[in-house]
Design a protein around this ligand. Structure first.
Ligand code: KG4
Ligand code: ZN
Length: 400
């Protein structure tokens, strides 16, 4: 089934054409227009600007992806023989993110998809962005089998129930997935999402948006035990998260050590430099012991990773899933990937661990195509006349 995936819920206009089947999903073509350089100037995503940029990019990107994707399919068909005929210029199905996300971007993507569905008479699927992230673990880059650790070998999820930790700039959720399309939210953040916490602390350090990857890069050479940041909500007997307190602790630590803005001045362009800040005047504080920006970042990152891993393992012990899935933009974080994978493999014998290839952790059209494919299998289509965006769409609800 040829599925066109359209994603525009935040700051990426991302379009992909996938050949989806029960044996796997191959990306025939994908293009993403990132708006990061524009939003960087404002320290975060400006919804009004995002909407305008999506509107400018979306149709040319769809046109490029379709023509490149069909060309790639034709080449594959020529190699494979006459039984694998390339399809026409149209996909079989269009899947579009219709929530959750920023309303300005959602409207652009969804209206474009509705227009194509009407004009081409092709079925449409309004797709949940979080359901897309979960399905990012199934995406294959090419028709060549992917080799490597089993957690990265793509292909359809089959081990249910699955426990998914979805961590992004807007979401931190633990979801029990009983099958494709069957989800229960077990816990979520009460305030900031993990990615939001990374981004806000990065802003305090005057690091460019999005701050998560920058903090992670600096953390790679820092000491994780240099500062004892809190591990929020670990004492609560539930599967919820809270990262606002950790963000405040990070701010207080910087303020107490007169380091708000100080570290920022010491960051080199490539973010590789190991720096020691000017000793604080407060006397006897850890900053005087030479805690570097790298140490600060490593300690902060470790607090987030520990919290996510402990809560996920706790939910896994309770619900006994057959697989654990890590997805969402923050799942690109190397420390989180390693820590959760080794915890699952050591603590949950027989449980499969799955995460997306690094290039599919952040928002992308391919994951929306894969999530849409499973709805198409059940003829679970949206009507272009009535499909509406829902910026707060929870994965456990059916879209109206
Ligand atoms: O899923 P995504 O692309 O967009 C949303 O749906 O929010 O996630 C973006 C988030 C940002 O907060 C970004 O800072 C974070 O993912 N992120 C990371 C890393 N790469 C991206 N956070 C920590 N470490 C990373 N390596
Ligand atoms: Zn996302």
């Amino acid at each position: 089934m040829l599925v066109l995936g359209i994603e525009s819920s935040c700051d990426d206009t991302s379009i992909a054409l996938l050949d989806c089947s029960e044996s796997g999903h191959v990306v025939l073509s994908e293009k993403t227009a990132s708006q990061i350089d524009i939003h960087k100037k404002y320290g975060g995503v400006v919804p009004e600007i995002a909407g305008r940029m999506h509107a400018e990019k979306i149709v040319p990107l769809i046109e490029e992806v379709l023509s490149e994707g069909i060309r790639n399919k034709e080449q594959a068909a020529a190699k494979a023989g006459p039984h694998l005929e390339a399809a026409g210029i149209k996909p079989d199905v269009i899947a579009v993110t219709s929530g959750p996300g920023l309303i300005t971007g959602l409207i652009v993507g969804t209206e474009a998809a509705k227009t194509l569905s009407m004009a081409w008479n092709i079925p449409l699927i309004g797709t949940n962005h979080i359901e897309g992230h979960i399905h990012s673990v199934e995406i294959e880059r090419t028709s060549q089998p992917t080799t490597g650790p089993s957690s990265l070998v793509p292909g359809p999820l089959k081990q249910f129930p699955a426990l998914a930790l979805v961590v992004s700039g807007g979401h931190t959720e633990l979801i029990l997935m009983r099958d494709h399309g069957d989800y229960t939210i077990l816990g979520k953040t009460k305030d900031d999402a993990a990615g939001e916490c990374f981004d806000k602390v990065a802003k305090l350090l005057e690091l460019p948006y999005p701050g998560g990857p920058k903090i992670s890069q600096l953390a790679a050479t820092g000491r994780t035990d240099a500062i004892q940041f809190p591990r929020p909500m670990l004492d609560r007997d539930n599967f919820d998260f809270s990262f606002a307190g950790l963000k405040t602790s990070a701010l207080y630590w910087l303020q107490e050590n007169s380091l708000v803005g100080e570290y920022a001045q010491t960051v080199s362009d490539d973010l590789q430099e190991r720096v020691t800040p000017t000793p604080s005047t407060t006397g006897g504080h850890p900053a005087q012991a030479g805690i570097t920006l790298n140490d600060f970042c490593a300690s902060f990152e470790q607090a987030i990773v520990d919290t996510l891993v402990v809560k996920t393992l706790r939910a896994a012990h309770h619900y006994k899933p057959k697989s654990v899935i890590l997805a969402g933009g923050v799942s690109a974080n190397k420390k989180l990937r390693t820590a959760l994978e080794s915890s699952v493999l050591n603590d949950l014998p027989g449980c499969e661990f799955r995460m997306a290839l690094p290039q599919y952790c952040m928002d992308n059209g391919a994951m929306i195509a894969v999530a849409g494919y499973y709805h198409a299998l059940k003829n679970d289509y949206s009507n272009w006349r009535t499909l509406k965006v829902d910026p707060n769409w929870k994965i456990d609800r059916i879209n109206g």
